[in-house]
Design a protein around this ligand. Structure first.
Ligand code: KG4
Ligand code: ZN
Length: 343
């Protein structure tokens, strides 16, 4: 039996406050998050000051809720895990200081986890309603796409992550959100663009696919955003309304094309036949459809974890943390936070 059987973890790196209790097998006993979309929507993007302030309101009630699900209370928790980088510093601080205080007061170990490592290990999470593919294991290629990050990794084991490619400008989610704002769909707009795109023609507008013919595995979405802006600015309000679904379908297709092409190149380069798509953008129905087609066509094993483990959540932080703790690692009392994105 491993030394650490259950951890309580906290994730507050951006605007979602999340708390989870997970065991060493990746079984999620509790995972609840409080999102702040409504508070940031009027500003068309995340306001760091508001995000940090609201974690303070939500975190302790969520921890309290988590503990109520454990008949033995604190006794059932062997250690703590918390995201300590990367992210908004004012947001990270709320989680880190809370977890350090609990660890000190209860004389239990704690560990700081890299948020990106959490996303990469999310495919190993399971719960009462979900079980990942049997036999899915390292090594695999991971496409992590969200509002804050878009990268391709080779994941060879715990702590063995190689960045194969990354966006050179906007993250894929950011490209969706900026477009949604441009056409008046609100924030965060990825899901709304996805919904409209289902009704439109994917070839109605010829949007650019940057870097597609380069043999590196990087993406770029800023040229696409500028191309869309030019089209939108050339339209009257009525024209925009009548071609909105076509615009959404064509814009979405340009993003998905770039992601899928580079993913396929990554699989070819690494000669791996297992892959994972994670991060908030993995909710995109067209991206899922194209990834499933790719897996089927090439006979590859694909995991897209359920959305609750793809978007920012504390269960993935708990899992990464417990694996490291059971390897004998733990963080020091003076551990800090950092916006540094390296993994
Ligand atoms: O992982 P996540 O919840 O938070 C970050 O770490 O950013 O990802 C949020 C991002 C947002 O940009 C949102 O617009 C995008 O994921 N997103 C989508 C969809 N659902 C969420 N993008 C495209 N299609 C969707 N269905
Ligand atoms: Zn994230």
């Amino acid at each position: 039996m491993p030394r650490i059987k259950k951890v309580l973890a906290v994730e507050t790196s951006c605007d979602d406050t999340s708390v989870a209790i997970v065991d060493h097998n990746g079984f999620v006993y509790f995972c609840e998050s409080q999102n702040q979309d409504a508070l940031h929507e009027p500003f068309g993007g995340i306001v760091p000051e508001i995000a940090g302030r609201n974690h303070t309101h939500h975190l302790l009630p969520l921890i309290d809720m988590a503990l109520k699900t454990e008949p033995k209370g604190w006794e059932a928790i062997d250690a703590f895990a918390v995201t300590h980088r990367p992210g908004l510093v004012g947001s990270l601080l709320v989680g880190v200081v809370t977890i350090k205080s609990l660890a000190l007061a209860l004389s239990k170990p704690f560990i700081g986890v890299n948020h990106l490592e959490g996303h990469l290990l999310a495919p190993f999470l399971r719960d009462a309603h979900y079980q990942p593919l049997e036999n899915f294991n390292f090594p695999f290629v991971a496409l992590a796409v969200s509002g804050g990050h878009s990268s391709l990794y080779k994941v060879s084991g715990l702590g063995q992550y190689e960045v194969l490619g990354r966006t050179v400008d906007d993250a894929a989610g950011e490209a969706f959100d900026k477009f949604a704002k441009m056409v008046g769909l609100g924030f965060p707009g990825g899901a709304l663009v996805d919904k409209k795109a289902k009704l439109g023609r994917r070839d109605a507008f010829a949007f650019p696919r940057a870097m597609l013919h380069q043999d590196n595995l990087n993406f770029s979405f800023s040229g696409l955003k500028t191309a869309a802006l030019k089209v939108v600015q050339s339209m009257t309000v009525n024209q925009l309304q009548s071609s909105l679904v076509d615009l959404c379908a064509s814009y979405q297709e340009a993003i998905v094309d770039a992601l899928i092409k580079k993913l396929e190149m990554a699989l070819d380069q690494t000669k791996l036949d297992h892959f994972v798509i994670t991060g908030g953008v993995s909710a995109n129905s067209r991206l899922r459809e194209r990834a499933e087609e790719l897996a089927k066509k090439r006979g590859f094993a694909l995991i897209v974890p359920p959305l609750r483990y793809c978007t920012d959540n504390a269960a993935m932080i708990a899992y990464a943390g417990i694996q490291r703790l059971n390897r004998g690692e733990e963080s020091e009392d003076h551990m800090g936070v950092s916006p540094e994105v390296t993994i």
